[in-house]
Ligand binder design. Structure first.
Ligand SMILES: NC(=O)c1ccc[n+]([C@@H]2O[C@H](COP(=O)([O-])OP(=O)(O)OC[C@H]3O[C@@H](n4cnc5c(N)ncnc54)[C@H](O)[C@@H]3O)[C@@H](O)[C@H]2O)c1
Ligand SMILES: [Zn+2]
Ligand SMILES: [Zn+2]
Length: 388
């Protein structure tokens, strides 16, 4: 069976592959399943067969284009799992049949960021939300009857086949179930890393998480693993609180239930402020509240949500003088190729739970249902199965 599969895959190497992709033609309009042509990978590129993808809020923001730069037509999608179909010139680390997770921010392994222990902001492959083409030749690998279709985040996983730079693919344990570890490709790693790598709560800490979607709940999962004594979940959507109980969240605050600012509510609950706050909403007011809710002297707040492009963060400088720290992170500071295989291993060793994030599942042809669920704040992650 395995051999049979490999033969089929290698038989397409070097050829254009016609396949189905969900194309966003206009901002906020339902995606349309189209027949697209996917060009072969060029130097340092890899073409993969996407097996599963899911929807992250970042896809939704750029599809809505309310607070982000519009670029259409475009193939969205960045949280996924797949199998290498063919590789371009110069690619030695991956071969057809390898199981991979695409990542929206890459790791070239050569630049000063990749060589730094502190950074995952690769000079070559860091997130670029405005680029719709591949780096190699400034062109798209997707077309419909000759019309190029824009890429998104260098991943474009809402397609049966997609082409990525090799530095944007993490090679993972082939026995890991792709319909589960799919969410490690963005949301889970982002939230988990925001806590474990950036906020770094000490054992016994009080951690507040703003926004209890998949990213925020992965941050809670990180707080649980780090041994937090209290995890306070803050969300405007009361339906989130039921889900959040499964993630070790001990206390819930809905800012809508209070007259005073949420940072004051948290200060009262915690004798002056939380030790760590992790913001996973994308809302500027929540970002400011998260920062202002940390304890003076030692508190650290971490911003994870993707803000409106014109948002400005304002706070009194005295909040910093009083020894509070503000940080931010993409992808939880994980380096995709070096670190993500290990996050998958955490799942394999049952140190990290993924099933509780997977609340819905749809066929690729019903991808718009996944958008409706997220717009309505229903469920956490919806797995989109490409084979159905
Ligand atoms: N930095 C990164 O690398 C990175 C990676 C992935 C996602 N993100 C961002 O993380 C955020 C969360 O993503 P997600 O997929 O979990 O989204 P989601 O829609 O599943 O969850 C967001 C949650 O935030 C809540 N919320 C919104 N405004 C709020 C407010 N003012 N106060 C309290 N709660 C509020 C919503 O009710 C919702 O439950 C998004 O902004 C997304 O773009 C960032
Ligand atoms: Zn994402
Ligand atoms: Zn680099």
């Amino acid at each position: 069976m395995k051999h049979h599969l490999l033969n089929i895959m290698s038989s397409t190497a070097g050829l254009v592959i016609p396949c189905r992709a969900a194309v966003a033609w206009e901002a906020g309009k339902p995606l349309v399943i189209e027949q697209v042509e996917v060009a072969p990978p060029q130097a340092m590129e890899v073409r993969i067969k996407v097996k599963y993808t899911s929807l992250c809020h970042t896809d939704l923001y750029f599809w809505e284009s309310k607070g982000q730069t519009p670029l259409f037509p475009r193939i969205f999608g960045h949280e996924a799992a797949g199998i290498v179909e063919s590789v371009g010139e110069g690619v030695t680390e991956l071969k057809p049949g390898d199981h991979v997770l695409p990542v929206f921010t890459g790791e070239c392994k050569e630049c000063r960021h990749c060589k730094s222990e502190e950074s995952n902001m690769c000079d070559l492959l860091r997130i670029n939300t405005d680029r719709g083409v591949m780096l190699n030749d400034g062109k798209s690998r997707f077309s419909i009857k000759g019309q190029p279709i824009n890429h998104f985040l260098g991943t474009s996983t809402f397609s049966e086949y997609t082409v990525l730079h090799v530095g944007c693919l993490a090679k993972i344990n082939p026995s890991a179930p792709l319909d589960k570890v799919c969410i490690v490709s963005c949301g889970v790693s982002t939230g988990l890393g925001a806590t474990l790598n950036v906020a770094k709560p000490k054992r016994g800490s009080i951690v507040a998480v703003f926004g209890l979607g998949a990213v925020g709940l992965a941050a809670c999962e990180g707080a649980r693993i780090a041994g937090a004594s209290k995890i306070i979940g803050v969300d405007l959507n009361p339906n989130r609180f039921e889900d959040a109980k499964k993630f070790g969240v001990t206390d819930f605050v809905n800012p809508k239930d209070h007259q005073k600012p949420v940072q004051e509510v948290l200060a009262e609950m915690t004798d002056g402020g939380v030790d760590r706050a992790i913001e996973c909403t994308g809302n500027i007011n929540a970002m400011i509240s998260a920062f202002e809710s940390v304890h003076d002297g030692w508190g650290v707040a971490v911003l994870v949500g993707v803000p409106h492009k014109d948002a400005i963060f304002t706070t009194k400088p005295i909040n910093f003088l009083n020894e509070r720290t503000l940080k931010g992170t993409f992808f939880g500071n994980y380096k995709p190729r070096t670190d993500i295989p290990n996050v998958v291993e955490m799942y394999m060793k049952k140190e990290l739970e993924l099933d509780k994030f997977l609340t819905h599942r749809v066929k690729f042809s019903e991808i718009n249902k996944a958008f409706d669920l997220m717009v309505n704040g229903e469920g956490l992650r919806c797995i989109i199965s490409m084979d159905d």
